[in-house]
Design a protein around this ligand. Structure first.
Ligand code: C2O
Ligand code: CU
Ligand code: CU
Length: 485
């Protein structure tokens, strides 16, 4: 029996393959995809998150020990207003320290939730988040130095919607779980008894963790049920390292309406979309023809120089695999049936003249001897591995910064805290269409130039981070920290 679990590696991949070993898709009615519960704090301005232990039976076999916020695995979708204070109340009911970073929120360093702001077991952290930025889909996750990868893998992540309540005027679908779907994409591995597994091999440490089973919102083998019309997909790549190349199984277009930190001015029609760890994109897909269709992804392309002989058998070849099947429910009346043309968002168009220039290199120690090295500093940024006690730079508040980021061995999703940036160029050419909106994470495939202005302060004791969002790379030292003064 071919299992869905083999699909990711391309071994015997078939779209008809079963979600569970030993159970074929035909034997079971499709399970409807559930969305994370919505926690709407737009009125109250307050929300509470409890990090807690859970047990989840992902595959219909043994239960896995998991972590979540307010639930067994992952966290609720928080909805907060775009310009108001949000009072967070985070309690750590786990038995190790965690932190909660608001990835995509442009807020001061003292409430950013990075590795200097850990919450000890049993403790509580209640930051006030002074939010003032455009509508977007951002997210939150733990950010403990050296432990982020395992802690996120266990489930400490969730989506945060910045909402201005104007989606009706924009003609955008906005009914949570009906025509507005939050989709957290993650890949996982399971042991023989079906328990979620995070054991890193040497290639996992180098390339980042790759699972063989697809999870959407923490579910394996579920089907999204949608109305006959236009549906908004808010995609988050919450995987530790996997890069998705998303497309529809019948090649119907993807209309890009939002990037990491904001809506676009108007939709961009795409055939496929690259989604790297940490990135969010908002798409509109037209299900008006009523037919069933699937969201697919190409195999992970981030093999770098490892794709060849050395790591034999891990080539990025193989057919696309299924991320999420869709089924149209004809009894649900779609609210939106035509594509909006004016989204009321923007594309950054800042002036790079006079910007303060910096070079950032994303370094991996490769070559002879690298396999032999112990837990040493395999990863670094601009020649230095992350050090909690070293501030790597100081940036002037309110001034334009232009960073040239380069990577040679592999692609690295580069993320900067405390800002939304403009991608000026990729490898000397204008940015890819999907990178023309406001971003906080960009997949560096060679070199990219980004332009940004830091408006919020971050002290040397509670600095911002910049790092690779392949979590094994981040934990391995591909991270730096800076103050905004
Ligand atoms: Cu999504 Cu520094 O993190
Ligand atoms: Cu972040
Ligand atoms: Cu990396």
């Amino acid at each position: 029996m071919i299992s869905r679990r083999n699909v990711l590696t391309g071994l015997g991949a078939s779209l008809l393959s079963s979600p569970f070993p030993g159970v074929s898709r035909a034997d079971t009615a499709p399970r409807k995809l559930a969305l994370p519960p919505l926690m709407d704090a737009t009125k109250s301005g307050a929300f509470a998150l409890n990090a807690q232990h859970g047990r989840v039976n992902f595959l219909g076999q043994s239960e896995s020990q998991t972590w979540g916020f307010n639930q067994p695995f992952l966290g609720p979708t928080l909805r907060v207003a775009t310009s108001a204070e949000a009072r967070a109340d985070v309690t750590n009911r786990l038995d190790e320290q965690i932190s909660v970073h608001w990835h995509g929120l442009v807020i001061p360093g003292d409430v950013d939730g990075g590795p200097h702001q850990t919450i000890a077991p049993g403790e509580n952290w209640s930051p006030v988040l002074p939010i003032d930025q455009p509508a977007a889909t951002v997210w939150y996750h733990t950010h403990t130095h050296g432990e982020t990868a395992r802690q996120v893998y266990n489930g400490l992540a969730g989506v945060l919607q910045l909402s201005d309540g104007l989606d009706d005027d924009r003609g955008l679908p906005s009914t949570y779980g009906v025509d507005d779907l939050t989709l957290v994409l993650q890949d996982r591995r399971f042991d023989q008894r079906g328990r979620m597994d995070y054991n890193l091999s040497m290639p996992d440490r180098m390339m980042g963790f790759m699972g063989d089973t697809m999870l959407v919102n923490g579910q394996v083998g579920a089907t999204a049920v949608v109305p006959k019309g236009i549906v908004r997909l808010r995609l988050l790549n919450g995987s530790n390292a996997r890069i998705y190349t998303l497309m529809m199984s019948d090649d119907r277009p993807l209309q890009l309406v939002g990037t990491d930190t904001g809506l676009l001015d108007r939709p961009i029609t795409l055939q496929d979309l690259t989604l790297a760890p940490g990135e969010r994109y908002e798409l509109l897909v037209d299900f008006g023809d009523g037919g069933s269709v699937s969201l697919l992804s190409g195999q992970n392309t981030n093999m770098g120089m490892m794709g060849g002989g050395m790591m034999g058998g891990r080539q990025p070849s193989g057919p696309p695999f299924e991320v999420l099947p869709f089924e149209v429910d004809p009894t649900v009346v779609a609210r939106i049936t035509t594509l909006p043309d004016d989204l009321g968002g923007s594309r950054p168009d800042m002036d790079p003249v006079g910007a303060h220039k910096r070079n950032v290199t994303l370094d991996m120690a490769m070559g002879p001897g690298m396999m032999m090295r112990g837990k040493g500093n395999r990863f670094s940024i601009s020649g230095q591995a992350f050090d909690m006690s070293r501030i790597d730079m100081s940036v002037a508040r309110g001034e334009m910064e232009r960073w040239t980021i380069s990577a040679d061995m592999m692609m690295h999703p580069f993320h900067v805290h405390g800002v939304a940036f403009q991608v000026l160029s990729e490898n000397g050419r204008p940015p890819k269409a999907q990178n023309t909106g406001w971003k906080d994470t960009i997949l560096i495939n060679g070199q990219a130039d980004i332009l940004m202005k830091f408006d919020r302060p971050a002290s040397e004791s509670l600095p911002y981070m910049f790092h690779c969002h392949i979590l094994e790379h981040e934990d391995g030292g591909m991270m730096g920290q800076f103050a905004v003064i």
